[in-house]
Every structure is written in C-alpha cells, then in structure tokens.
Design a binder for this molecule. Structure first.
Ligand code: GLU
Length: 479
C-alpha cells in the first residue's frame, strides 16, 4: 500500500512558510474567506515567509472581472498585503489561473503520456442517471468507470460523433492515501472510495482539483489553510501531485464559519459579505481581531495589530469544532477599535455624517464625547445633529427635568454661560450658587436643555463641541 505523506511535513516547523489565499472571483469576499486569508497571512508572517494571492478563475461562466477587482480592494482595505499576486507578479506567476493554461496543458500532456488520465465522453445526463442509480441501491455515488477502458477505436468513434471529452484521472485501486492534516491530524482514505475524477472539463478548462493542486506545487506553497469543505478533495489532489512528482503543500482544514442558526455563512447571504460591514462603518481592525479569535484560541486579549497577531498565531490552536459567528463579539471589537481611532482616522470614519467645515477644537471635543459611545458612524449622526444643529426639541424625559428645574435655574445657567462660554464647571458653579442644587438635580436639567435628552455622552466635552452662542441660546429658551 502506498503511503502518501506530504513531504513538506518534514520541513522544519519554523522554516519560512509560503502560504496563499486563492479566491474564486464569483462573488464578494465574505467573512469566512477573510478568516481563511487571515490565517494564511499570519502563518506566513510569523515565520518570515511569503503570502501569495492567486485568483482561481478557471470557471469562465461564473468568474467576473468586477468581482476580482472588488476582492483585491477588500484585501487591501483589510491590510492583507500579498508578497506576490495580481499587481505584484514574479517568476512563479501569472497569478490568475485563466492565464496559466500553457502550464496546465503541459501537465495534462504528462498525465496523458503516463496513462494516468483518459478521455470521458459521458454526458451530464448519463452521469446523473448513474449517480441516482447508485444512490438508490445504497452506494455512495462515484464515477462508474464507463469510459475508463474504451479502446482507441471506441474513443475515435465518440470523437467522430462530435462529442468533446473531459479528461478523467485514473485513480489507482487498492491503495491508501495518508496525510497529516495541520488541524485535524492523521487522515487516511482508501483509493477505492475515490471515483475517477475530472481534471479537465469538456470545454478545455482545468478543473479545480487539478489547477489548485498544480499551482500550489508550482508556486512553492508549503502550507495551505482552507475551509473544511475541501478536506475530501485533498486525497485526490495528493494523487495528482504524486503522479506528476510535484511536492505537495501541507494542508490544514479549518472549521467552517457558521451563522447563529448553524448554517454555513455563504456569500449568497448578503449580510455576511465584508462590503456590507464596511458600508456600515465596521473597521478592519475590529473584523480582523474578531476573526482571529474565532476558532483560534489565543492568550492575547487586547486589540492586536496584524504583526502582533502573527506573533500570537499558532495553527495548532485552531479548533476542530465549527466556529459560530457571533455578531455581539464583533460589536465588542468594533467599540474597542473605534476607541483607538486617531483624530484623523475618526474624522475620516465620520466624514459621511460630520458637517463639512468644523473647527479643530470643536471636532476634538465632539470626538472625545461621542466616540466612546458609538459603534457605527450612523450612531454618531443624532449627536452631530444635537451638537451642531439647531437647539434640539426636548423629549418627554428632558421636558420633565427642565420643567422641574424652573426659570430661576436657567437664568443662573445663562449668566454662567455668558461669563464662561461653554465651560460646564463654570455654568454648573453659577447654578449651584443660585439654587444650592447638587448632583443629578444640578446636572440633569442642564443636559436636558442642551441636548434635548436625559441621557447621552459625557456632558463637559459635548458642551465644548458647541459654540458658546449656541449654548446660551439653548439655555435661554427656558430662562
Ligand atoms: N478557490 C477555492 C475556493 O475559493 C480555493 C480553495 C483552496 O483554498 O484550496 O474555495
């Protein structure tokens, strides 16, 4: 029995890892893809290796240029710099599979010369009928071998009928494919359980199993972290690489990202695409920090940079259990990331909701007051209106506080504001001197009159964000 062990496994554990992210441009990047890309990036960075980006666009019907561009843009936004890939070609490229046909043809030729592949003329309908028949008799469906032993004459007659054949890999019977998965440990599959599979489709395009495996080997990829849904593909890919005498990478299959209902996150569900989160104002640091923890245990608790994550990343800490995406956790990381924004970053982040021209000190005070309380720019919008707009209408609770305080309270507040501008301490001091109020009785009516609400961000910086004339006008309404 042949033992197939990934030879890359014997490389020193701390040798520089060459990893890659290999998206198919058939939709927008979703959070599951981001997580896979992140783990591969970190694996390369922690060992001083290289992170490659390869576009898997052999499926010309489903692949689209605009999706490719959007995927690249999303990766840049995340800060996932690739060492080689589109826009950064090197001698191992091109990094788009649709441009690698000559390489694939060479290897198809090698497989054919070795008798490791054969043309398959079965139609989609024939395959479907055979599949159903196997299922009906309780057997796992696999290729029945219809075209496996066609004579040259039979093949010629099919071709003469104008049927374009696919190319199938002849899986050797009676062997075991063994490999050690980086996440899931030792795996062993009987070749008799693997049907002959297609490596080149009837339209001439390389099939996923083939191009993905050949490219990893030709690009010198040493480690592949990818979704668990590819685990069953790995034995086939190892068989192809062995046949071609190419060195396989070590594969690690990470658990899938599930939604709260336990279904896999899918890019067909709009809400999980990275762009949806970006559009709402989620920050790359928040998304990446959350995904870093999702299914990967780490002792590091704070918000980490990619460099810090790379140092803390350990593939052996990747869990085998499905990872449940919990939006509350993302909110927590987002709050943390918002708190860390520099004033310039915060100004950019809030640019869609801030007034066009704003003096620096007013903006600084606004950010100090409001940033600790918001998760998305949209959450800051009401406070932009309260602080920079017309004196706000009072809600019911605020009306209660203002009514209870009475005119004398506000007369004192106005004189405090006239003397001090927008300084909370001075205004409160004037009220206290006139009314003897303290604590909530002193501050709540002020908050209510200035903001129209009984709760909200810290009052002192909020006041500093308002122009003194606006503060006076708001208070004078009730004096
Ligand atoms: N293009 C494949 C996918 O998007 C890549 C799988 C892999 O990482 O090997 O699922």
């Amino acid at each position: 029995m042949a033992i197939l062990e990934s030879t890359a496994g014997s490389r020193a554990a701390d040798a520089p890892a060459i990893t890659r992210f290999a998206p198919s441009p058939t939709g927008d990047v979703h959070l599951g893809n981001v997580r896979t890309a992140l783990f591969n990036l970190l694996l390369a960075r922690r060992s001083g290796g290289r992170f490659l980006l390869r576009i898997e666009d052999t499926d010309t019907e489903r692949s689209r240029d605009d999706y490719r561009e959007r995927q690249l843009e999303d990766l840049r936004w995340l800060g996932f710099e690739w060492d080689a890939g589109p826009g950064r070609e090197d001698e191992r490229g091109p990094y788009r599979q649709s441009q690698r046909t000559p390489l694939y043809e060479r290897y198809f030729g090698e497989l054919a010369a070795a008798g490791a592949v054969y043309p398959c003329f079965c139609s989609a309908l024939e395959l479907e009928v055979s599949r159903k028949a196997q299922l009906a008799s309780g057997r796992p469906p696999r290729y029945a071998g219809t075209c496996r032993d066609l004579s040259p004459a039979q093949q010629a007659s099919r071709r003469a009928q104008g049927i374009a054949p696919a190319l199938r890999f002849r899986v050797p019977p009676g062997e075991r494919v063994d490999f050690v998965d980086l996440v899931r440990g030792p795996q062993s599959v009987l070749t008799d359980d693997i049907g002959d599979f297609i490596v080149r489709r009837a339209d001439g395009a390389a099939a996923f199993f083939f191009s993905n495996a050949v490219d990893d080997a030709c690009m010198g990829v040493t480690h592949v972290l990818r979704g668990e849904d590819h685990l069953a593909n790995t034995p086939r890919q190892l068989l192809i690489l062995r046949q071609l005498a190419l060195v396989p990478p070590r594969y690690g299959h990470v658990s899938l990202l599930l939604d709260p209902a336990g279904a896999p996150l899918s890019k067909r569900q709009g809400a999980v695409s990275l762009r949806d989160y970006r559009a709402q104002g989620y920050l790359a640091a928040a998304i990446v920090n959350y995904l870093f923890r999702l299914g990967h245990s780490s002792a590091e608790h704070g918000l980490l940079s990619l460099e810090e994550m790379a140092r803390a990343f350990a593939p052996e800490h990747l869990g085998r259990a499905p990872a449940h995406f919990d939006e509350q956790q993302l909110h927590m990381w987002q709050k943390e990331a918002v708190r860390r924004l520099t004033p310039d970053e915060a100004r950019r982040w809030l640019s869609g909701v801030l007034p066009a021209r704003l003096d620096e000190p007013l903006l600084a005070a606004f950010l100090e007051a409001v940033l600790p309380n918001v998760e998305r720019p949209l959450d800051a919008k009401p406070w932009v209106d309260v602080v920079f707009g017309e004196p706000p209408e009072l809600d019911a609770a605020a009306r209660g506080f203002v009514g209870e305080a009475g005119r004398g309270y506000f007369a004192a507040a106005v004189s405090g504001a006239e003397a001090s501008g927008n300084d909370l301490k001075a205004i409160a001091g004037a009220i206290r001197a006139a009314t003897g109020r303290k604590g909530a009785a002193l501050y709540m009516p002020l908050r209510a009159a200035l903001t129209g609400r009984a709760e909200g961000p810290e009052l002192a910086p909020l006041l500093k964000a308002m122009l003194p004339a606006s503060v006076r006008a708001r208070l004078a309404r009730f004096a």
